[in-house]
Design a binder for this molecule. Sequence first.
Ligand code: 6PG
Length: 471
Amino acid sequence: MNHQLYDFGMIGLGVMGRNFLLNVADDGFAALGTDINEDSVKALNEEGEGMNVKGVGTQKEFVSLLSKPRKIMLLVPAGKIVDKVIEGLLPLLDKDDIIIDGGNSHYDDTNRRYEYLKTKNIRFLGTGVSGGAEGARRGPSIMPGGDKSAWDDVRSILETVAAKVDGDPCVTYIGESSSGHYVKMVHNGIEYGLMQLIAEAYDVLKRVGGKSNAEIGNLFTKWNEGRLNSFLMEISAEIMKQPDDKKSGDLIDAILDKAKQKGTGKWTSQTSMDLGVPVPTIDSAVAMRGISSFKPFREQLSETFTIPHKGEVTIKGEGLENDVEAALYFSFIVCYAQGMHLLAEASEELKYDLDLEGIARIWRGGCIIRATLLEQIRKAYSADSGLKNMLGNEQFAGSLQSTRNAAAEVLRLSVERGVSTMCLSSALQYFDAMRSARLPLNLVQGQRDNFGSHTYERIDEAGTFHTEWGK
Ligand code: 6PG
């Protein structure tokens, strides 16, 4: 009989859960897993052969083999399953045991679970984990929020397991209640924006610049060595160069142009609307996934409408390449700026008390939006912890100023040719609106007062005013 007690438990042994647990075991902790799917338990025992890791078939055995206070992570699909697993666990647990929800749960659900588990004397950590299957195995970025004493107890394990940047672990305690899942959600919102921006760069290079997939892949590789250096740039280069494994040609040309979504991008847009913090580049990325899903309708309309070309059909030479690179850099900054601004406002509004420098620091490695830019973002928040929007940082202002016209040129070319670049456009429009001392919203105030007596303010006198318009 095996009486060994294990340091860390995982419920949900899909590829993410399995990989995370193997990573825990790699780092010298005794790791235990369970899953309702027998094959997943078997897969863990096979992959973990010779390591201090074990898969068991029942939750009862699983709980009995964990050292106290038990540290149990759930990597199961977000939603009702999380509640079901928690309910199943509760009768087996003791006071002060720890449950870590490592899935992409909605922050409202996390708040509810956090409060509920407090009443059961169970410590809860709603924890964002980013980096996909590979990240889980080699070192993810981890965003735990909730019970602070639980963090103190799991800290040594999570710090060892997390990705490292210059020896610094990509994990930090995010804050109370649902803050960890909120921050992970905004991470994913930024992820949606960056992915769509790179996709638009591909489209412009292909349809305006007439470039082949290989040429675009090579450009992406080159850009990845410069200021655009990022995980998403790196994998986009890889994707552009991948041959089709079913027939001749490039795989990218055989992939259907419809992207699915699990909801975190949409939630980012929803909360941004609730808090009144605009993130139009993220909204546009969510909208583009929606538009992509109407494939037959798009095909029908593509026969109906033709856009007259102005200018040359294809633009050759390095000019376009340089402009697209600069436009991408410009819009990357704007996309991160929108996400960070949302976090800055949510920190106050939802009382998360977020450390934005710390968040930028743990996003530098392991996660999907890791990029060289994040070190610069970290520095900006380190220099000014009160910074709300990166557009107000001198260094970023300089970068935006020097790339704005390239972004406008790429937008002009794509609009002329009817190539949709909604994310790039929203980034540029957001920037131009934010840097405008005067916007035409005085007319909107006039309209509101005209039809609804909603009143308006004046520039030369304090107070609110109403006019009997047209009289
Ligand atoms: C990560 C990813 C991960 C997942 C996305 C996919 O950080 O590791 O963001 O959480 O792959 O949720 O999201 P969509 O299915 O909505 O694109």
